[in-house]
Design a protein. Sequence first.
Length: 121
Amino acid sequence: MTRLASALLVVASLFADAQQRQLLDAGKGQRYYLFGTNASFLEIVNYYKTVLKQKGELVFEEPGIHQFDLGKYREETMAFPPSVTVKDYAWGGSAGYLNPNRGKEPARFKTIIQVVPAPSM
């Protein structure tokens, strides 16, 4: 894992309530990490605005999706742009993102944090 990838995982897991849920293959040598939390979408967005010292971009208002770019996207070598994306899974009264570890608590997460580091060189 590159230093950047390690740093991004630390940033993503710094939020006290965040739990790593899945590590997924994005293709082109890239992986992305999903973290779940029951903190509100707005609380997590504000947290990353402070930690990353940038405002990011509100991609969708409903359901809320906010993205923070972490590096330059290179289409020829990357499947996804390096980023932290915060997704609101409690929007519209939804019960939340189902915990992929059945029988583990919490059963669902209000907010998902997706971390996409740059691929290893």
